[in-house]
Write a protein that binds this ligand. Structure first.
Ligand code: C2E
Ligand code: MG
Ligand code: MG
Ligand code: MG
Length: 285
């Protein structure tokens, strides 16, 4: 409340604020009601097996279409939601939607599917994430083994000690954890052996130029080899063309995500995509 009042006073002088601050204040006041106003929804991007192209599962990504601000990118509104303390509500919404939609997607295909949901560091440190995940599992009846939580490397590396017990409790529920945006966190690799993770997601920035850039290719190959030695699966993010896919196949990368397979699709679009894949897979080799 005091935070609120502070912001309101501040906006009285809005003509003196730079655009960035104005935008921030606008976002923070709008995102507060976005959930209640039904402005948020989830889209899904497939994770595909690199070897065969078969759909392995999904990543759930949140979207916000604000009547006042238009489309706002998740990078912007997630940090606004963290700032004003509503990220736990948004995160709970994401978990419920993703688990319910996964069960409907599963009815359309024969192979078992997994669902990954992004979890912000604030949810791990400032909310009862364990209770929330437990509630979602109970309420939706989803098998916890198909639910994966993605945590960004940079955040995790900074506060590993603090969140380690929370991560262990989450694992105790039977869900799995993966490290998102791997390679961008400037962190030591040693924490990987202490962190009970089952997959690494190599950040898109290494995949984008890997075909032409030798050091990006070497780094990607090395991460895949190392991860496999530690018993981890590797997901490559941002695969946009066949050459990248071919190279990742040579390197033995397990899974991939990117516009080459599918862009993030809403529920209806994904339903159509899965049906068409059952009839005639685009990616079978
Ligand atoms: P992320 O988890 O690393 O998600 C991958 C991002 O890469 C997504 O951006 C996706 O749309 C984009 N992407 C996927 N394939 C390609 C490709 O081939 N080329 C290009 N150029 N981009 C690709 P998006 O949806 O804008 O999300 C951005 C970030 O926002 C996510 O990064 C994640 O950190 C965060 N985010 C999204 N939804 C949620 C959520 O529900 N909760 C939380 N805490 N964070 C979320
Ligand atoms: Mg992610
Ligand atoms: Mg990522
Ligand atoms: Mg990212």
């Amino acid at each position: 409340e005091s935070k609120n009042r502070g912001r309101r006073c501040y906006s009285f002088f809005s003509s003196e604020l730079d655009d960035k601050n104005k935008r921030k204040i606008e976002l923070e006041s709008e995102v507060r009601n976005a959930l209640a106003n039904n402005e948020l929804f989830m889209v899904y991007q497939t994770k595909n097996k690199i070897s065969s192209g078969e759909v392995y599962g999904f990543e759930a990504l949140m979207r916000w279409e604000s009547p006042r601000l238009g489309f706002v990118s998740p990078e912007e509104f997630i940090s606004a939601a963290e700032e004003i303390g509503v990220i736990d509500k948004l995160g709970e919404f994401a978990l419920y939607e993703a688990c319910r939609d996964l069960q409907k997607f599963q009815n359309l295909v024969s192979q078992p599917l997994a669902m990954a949901v992004n979890v912000s560091m604030y949810q791990l440190t400032n909310s009862d994430i364990v209770g929330t995940v437990q509630k979602v599992i109970n309420d939706t009846g989803i098998n916890p083994s198909v639910l994966e939580l993605e945590i960004t490397e940079s955040m995790l590396a900074q506060r590993l000690e603090e969140v380690q017990p929370v991560l262990n409790s989450l694992l105790g529920l039977g869900v799995s954890l993966s490290i998102d945006d791997f390679g961008t966190g400037y962190s030591s690799l040693s924490y990987l052996t202490r962190f009970p993770v089952s997959a690494l997601k190599i950040d898109r920035c290494f995949i984008t130029d890997m075909v032409d850039n030798r050091s990006d290719a070497t780094l990607t190959h090395t991460v895949i080899t190392m991860a496999h030695k530690l018993g981890l699966k590797v997901v490559a993010e941002g695969i946009e063309d066949e050459d990248q896919l071919a190279l990742l196949r040579v390197y033995g990368c397990d899974l991939g995500q990117g516009y080459l397979f599918t862009k993030p699709l809403n529920y209806v679009q994904m339903t159509g995509h899965l049906k068409s894949q059952q009839e005639k897979p685009d990616w079978a080799i």
